[in-house]
Each structure stands twice: as C-alpha cells, then as structure tokens.
Design a protein around this ligand. Structure first.
Ligand SMILES: *Cc1c(COP(=O)(O)O)cnc(C)c1O
Length: 374
C-alpha cells in the first residue's frame, strides 16, 4: 500500500449522481452494481455511501465478493445479488446463500435445476437471468418450458427477480439489436405471468440503456458505470446520452524526483529520448499500480501545465515530461492528479488506451489506497 497516492471518491459528487439518476428513472428501484471492487472505487466504501442514500440492493460478480460485503457491513438490511460466479455447487459455501441472505442470479438451466433440487436453497429467492441475444451467459429463451416444469416440481410460483442484459446499450438503443432483446424480455415476462408465475421484480437497464431512458418499465434498474461518472456510450453516440453525471473520483500521485532535461536525453528503461528541453518528473505510480505501458504518450492537463507521459512505464513509477520553464513545474513531494473529477479526462485516457472507462477504473491496483472525501 502507498501512503502518498490515492484513489479518492467525493461523497457529494456521488450523491449528486444518484440524485440525477433518480430524476432520470423516478419510478425504479436501484440495484447498484458494485462488482470488481465497485469498478475500482472500493467495494465497502461505495456500498456504505449508497446505503446512506437509501439504496438497498447491490450486485457483485462472485460469491466471495458477496461474502466480503456481508461480513463487513452486517448491520444493514440490504440485498446482495451474485451475478455470474455463484459457486452454487460448492458444498462448503452452500449455506452462505441462506444464512447470509445472498441471491444467486441463475444463468443456465443446469443451475436452475440444481438450485431447485437442493434443500440449501429452499428459502432462497429465485432470480433468473435469460439470454435474449447477447449469447454470453443466461438461460435460453427457448428453455422457458423446462424452467416452468422445474419450478412446478420445486413448488415455486414466484420469480423474485427476472433479468436479462443488453449487448449493445453503448450504441443507439433504438437500433434493432437492443429492441429485439427488449421485446424478447417482455414476452418472457408475459409468458411467465400467463402461466400464473408471479414475477415480483424485473430489470434490464444498465447504464447505456438508462442514459437513453430505455427499459424503464421494469421495477428495477441496474446502473454501474454512470454512477461513477462517465457515459458508457461509444463516442459516436454520446450526443444521445441524457446523462449529466460527473466523475466522482480523482487519482492522485506524488512526485518522487524532478530533473532538468535536454532534447534527446535518455530516460528510464529502454532509454527513451526526451521529447525536448524541459523537465522530467517521476511520479509514484507505475504499471504495478495499474498505469499500463499503454499510458505512454498520453498528454495530461495538470494544474500547472501540460505533461506528457514519456517512454516506458516502470512497475513503480512513471516519467512525465514538461516543456521548458524557468522553474520546475512541480517539486519533489508535491502531488499531481492523473484525473480530477473529470469525465473528459477519463474518456481521454480510455481513448488513448484504445479502451473503455470501465477498464481505466478497474485497472487501478490495490497498492493505491481508496478513500472518501466530502
Ligand atoms: C455490470 C453489469 C451491469 C451494469 O453495467 P453498466 O454498464 O456498468 O451500467 C448491469 N447488469 C449486469 C448483468 C452487469 O453484469
């Protein structure tokens, strides 16, 4: 762990994003996605902030994330959905779902059969996720009759939460693909109801859909990225986004050394020649902290001017080049911010990495402490 760098989350900016989301989807309950350490923002601290705002349902990817959440925040009453890596068949954890009140999101017919045939899950709510065209995980829509017959055998007449997931919500949601997925989802729901199954809750909208005001007829929404700030729409469609949320985080690093350089001076591994006369500052974040080598060449607009990431990123540090000035722009021990509550910086980094903002956040390593500021 480092002392002098941090991934800082601003409480008020998060509150304001939740507020904006509630205005966008006033009738829906929020199932907040906090998988992958809350998109890098810190699982426990993000859950606590959301609980303060009355959010009572959370989504993680794995059973172990869910167990961690239950263990550390035991006093609240809230629901945890385990989305993909449910480990249902692991005997040593079978009791966790019942005892810790966790809900596995069942994503195959095999899982449905297993779940409905085991005593351990008898009182665990039934949550089903269907494949409506993404072809990743999910129960096949053509398997509905088998699901119904398993439910009958297991003496269940309620689906606690029915779900599906959009493959292309980062594109224009009015395109055929998403429309077809949503139609398939709607007819599933109708079919269950026509067979006298009570579908208590349903959800399909993730950030991309929500940003376009789509799939709000369900009881729940499942936002992830948007509540952390950035749009999840690809650049071409960003004008379609109704989202006005702000980045809730900043990534801070410390300057370890500063030296005056001339054009061509060799810097770091591989002896990359300097872009020009000026200054090189080394900061205390490297690829061991998630600043991948592909950050090389990125231009950052820092408080005291423009910096360009120079040469190879080291495991523990990164070189920033500044153009010539009388005094060095930063001194040893001072802080710089890779991004500072700015969606546009995060999107710029993602673009430089040929990546997406999700990945930018998730890459930030465990060595960088997470903290909250108000
Ligand atoms: C991650 C995830 C979400 C949230 O997606 P965002 O694009 O971050 O809003 C919603 N539903 C499921 C099933 C997911 O896996």
């Amino acid at each position: 762990m480092r002392f002098d760098s941090q991934f800082l989350v601003d409480k008020n900016r998060f509150y304001s994003n939740v507020d904006k989301l509630r205005k966008l989807a006033p009738k829906n309950e929020i199932l907040f996605m906090v998988k992958a350490n809350a998109y890098g923002h810190g699982l426990l601290q993000m859950t606590e902030l959301a609980l303060d705002l009355g959010i009572k349902e959370f989504g993680v990817a794995s059973l172990s994330e869910a167990m961690q959440l239950r263990r550390f925040i035991p006093k609240h009453k809230f629901e945890i959905y385990v989305f993909s890596d449910t480990c249902l068949e692991r005997k040593e954890y079978a009791g966790e779902y019942k005892n810790s009140h966790l809900i596995p999101v069942l994503s195959s017919l095999e899982q449905v059969k297993f779940f409905l045939n085991h005593e351990d899950f008898k009182f665990v709510p039934l949550c089903l996720k269907f494949n409506t065209g993404m072809n990743r995980i999910g129960i096949g829509t053509e398997e509905i009759d088998e699901v119904l017959s398993e439910m009958r055998k297991g003496d269940r007449d309620e689906i606690h939460h029915l779900m599906s997931h959009f493959a292309c919500s980062g594109l224009d949601i009015s395109l055929d693909f998403s429309q077809r997925q949503y139609k398939a989802f709607t007819s599933l729901k109708e079919k269950f109801r026509s067979k006298h199954i009570n579908v208590k809750f349903s959800s399909m909208a993730n950030s991309g859909a929500l940003e376009q005001g789509f799939a709000l007829a369900e009881t729940h929404i499942r936002p992830g990225l948007m509540l952390y700030g950035p749009t999840s729409l690809i650049e071409k469609y960003q004008a379609k986004s109704l989202w006005t949320g702000e980045a809730i985080s900043q990534l801070e690093a410390k300057v370890l050394s500063v030296r005056a350089v001339k054009k061509g001076d060799p810097i770091g591994y591989g002896a990359t020649p300097c872009f020009g006369e000026g200054w090189v500052a080394h900061i205390n974040l490297g690829y061991g902290d998630g600043l991948l080598n592909s950050y090389s060449g990125l231009t950052l607009e820092l408080a005291r001017g423009e910096a360009k990431i120079l040469g190879r990123v080291s495991m523990d540090m990164t070189a920033l080049w500044f153009k010539k000035s009388t005094d060095p722009p930063y001194k040893e021990g001072e802080k710089i911010k890779i991004w500072e509550y700015s969606n546009s910086t995060i999107l710029k980094i993602a673009k430089h990495l040929s990546s997406i903002p999700y990945e930018v956040f998730c890459q930030i390593g465990e060595r960088v402490p997470r903290a909250i500021t108000s």
